[in-house]
Design a protein around this ligand. Structure first.
Ligand code: HEC
Length: 107
């Protein structure tokens, strides 16, 4: 709970770290432009009910997108959005969002 308070009161800073291994980050940035209207600029969400994608591990993002796509995770918005994504789209957009590092700071 204390951690949650710290996080919610925290100031989030986003910075770039080294790019991901095999995925095409530039192509991922293009796919990502359709996501940032909900998930926030560079994946730092400000909309209630929408999680930040910035700084999440690449494998976590890949898995969640595949789960939305195959129906093992269901959300009325994301299930529709993930459907047309190819494996390459998923790898690339996950690499793009995961390259941002999120730092928590107390105000
Ligand atoms: C119309 C708004 C909207 C758009 C556009 C959108 N998302 Fe989402 N996304 C959501 C919401 C809302 C959730 C939370 C789903 C839930 O509660 O299960 C979510 C959840 C996710 C998650 C799971 C995160 C987690 O922490 O488990 C991933 C990954 C994700 N979105 C990726 C994407 C990608 C990649 C795109 C672009 C191709 C995208 N989203 C576009 C609204 C959106």
């Amino acid at each position: 709970m204390k951690l949650f308070t710290l996080i919610s009161a925290g100031l989030l800073c986003v910075s770039l770290t080294s790019s991901a291994i095999s995925a095409d980050v530039q192509a991922g940035a293009k796919v990502g432009q359709t996501c940032v209207m909900c998930h926030g600029e560079n994946g730092l969400a400000t909309m209630a009910g929408t999680p930040s994608l910035a700084g999440q591990s690449e494998i976590y993002l890949v898995n969640q997108l595949k789960h939305f796509r195959d129906g093992s995770r269901v959300n009325e918005v994301m299930s529709i959005i993930a459907k047309p994504l190819s494996d390459a789209d998923i790898d690339n957009v996950s690499a793009w969002f995961s390259q941002f590092q999120v730092e928590l700071k107390k105000r």
